[in-house]
Design a protein around this ligand. Structure first.
Ligand code: SAM
Length: 272
């Protein structure tokens, strides 16, 4: 719970800037794949944020319910909701901890994207997130995890490092990191200085390699159904920097999969 309050405070700092910071990330391929996996049902997003992917997914006709630690992020989402054209599926969110939740509902799709799983900074909480997600899956449901593949070879242990992100005549932005390889924790500050002053956007993440995530899935009674390098279905290889991992119930292993193709092999689903 302490971690939840800390994350809420951190993401409260991000809330006014999050949409601007992610404006170059096109959510359409993610929304198409997720819509395909949700079928005619609703989806549950863990750490829904401002609804960056939830709104495009709702445009495909999938109602999305989300949990988030930060009321300020949810407030932004609700502002977007007010601007949604009539006829689109709803996006709703409430405060909740993705490590432990009990919504009393089953979903064909539960997903956690953009490395949001790593915001749970204890391994135990990440396992608990897999367990909570598994408990909310319909019998043929899928749990989708999209995350970065950790690349820590350039990060010195326990030493501070900085990377310049953007530099112009008017502004400078950089990231500062401290890496703790024992606990697989990276603490970061994104700093931006410009004519309006400066801002600090903090992040603390516990990274995990895909193999560790697969083990967490096993502990939750799930198995890896497929893994791609991106939302377009590119093969996952040793040089992939990201992964989109689709898990289903272990007991569903022998049953034919309805959504086992790679990439956005979409049924025609009308978006209004
Ligand atoms: C990187 S943002 C991702 C937002 C959205 N999923 C997206 O793809 O744009 C991470 C979000 O996770 C939320 N978060 C962090 N810890 C959480 C927790 N324990 N439970 C629920 N949400 C959490 C943050 O408040 C933030 O809105």
């Amino acid at each position: 719970m302490k971690d939840l309050h800390q994350q809420a405070a951190r993401w409260g700092q991000w809330a006014p800037y999050y949409d601007e910071e992610t404006r170059n990330q096109d959510p359409s391929a993610a929304a198409a794949v997720l819509s395909d996996l949700a079928g005619d049902g609703a989806a549950l997003e863990l750490g829904i944020g401002t609804g960056r992917v939830a709104f495009p997914l709702a445009e495909w006709g999938t109602p999305v319910f989300g949990l988030d630690a930060s009321q300020k992020m949810i407030n932004r989402l609700e502002e977007h909701q007010k601007q949604t054209p009539e006829g689109h599926s709803p996006v709703q969110a409430r405060i909740g901890d993705m490590a432990r939740f009990d919504l009393g509902t089953h979903y064909p799709l539960v997903y956690v994207i953009a490395s949001t799983l790593f915001l749970l900074t204890e391994q135990e909480d990440q396992v608990s997130c897999f367990r909570s997600a598994a408990r909310h899956l319909a019998p043929q449901g899928r749990f989708v995890v999209e995350a970065a593949v950790p690349h820590t070879s350039g990060m010195s242990s326990e030493r501070q490092q900085m990377i310049v992100r953007e530099m112009s005549e008017e502004h400078l932005s950089w990231s500062a990191f401290v890496h703790d390889p024992v606990h697989q924790i990276v603490r970061a500050q994104e700093v931006r200085v410009g004519p309006d002053g400066y801002r600090l956007l903090p992040k603390v993440m516990r990274y995990a390699y895909p193999a560790e995530l697969d083990l967490m899935a096993q502990l939750a009674g799930l198995r890896l159904e497929r893994r791609t390098a991106d939302w377009k279905g590119s093969p996952f290889t040793a040089t992939s920097t990201h992964h989109v991992s689709v898990y289903s119930r272990q007991s569903a292993a022998a049953e034919p999969s309805q959504a086992s193709g790679h990439g956005p092999s979409l049924r025609s689903k009308t978006s209004s």
